[in-house]
Design a protein around this ligand. Structure first.
Ligand SMILES: [Zn+2]
Length: 93
């Protein structure tokens, strides 16, 4: 449940950003996995693909950095490091 919630929160955050920025979709995303978040990069990708299906992040290229620092303040979290959005130019006309 913990891991599902982490990924869900992240995808919700991405959707909020897309809406706010009026972006068409997420092209690239870099995430940071804390040492205690209990997800390997592969496992994270799997969950991400499930949760992102049908959202603006559906086809995002995923880059994952995993930390092994168990004393890090965010060791239990998944953090959004960077994001590249594609704007829907036609919507701006
Ligand atoms: Zn799982």
């Amino acid at each position: 449940m913990h891991e599902t919630a982490l990924v869900k929160n992240l995808v919700q955050k991405l959707q909020a950003i897309c809406t706010e920025e009026k972006a068409d979709r997420v092209v690239d995303i870099t995430v940071w996995l804390g040492a205690l978040c209990h997800m390997s990069p592969d496992h994270f990708s799997e969950h991400f693909r499930q949760e992102a299906a049908g959202t603006c992040a559906e086809r995002a290229r995923l880059k994952i950095e995993s930390s092994d620092d168990i004393n890090h303040a965010n060791a239990q979290d998944v953090l959004l490091q960077s994001l590249e959005l594609e704007m829907d130019d036609e919507a701006l006309q």
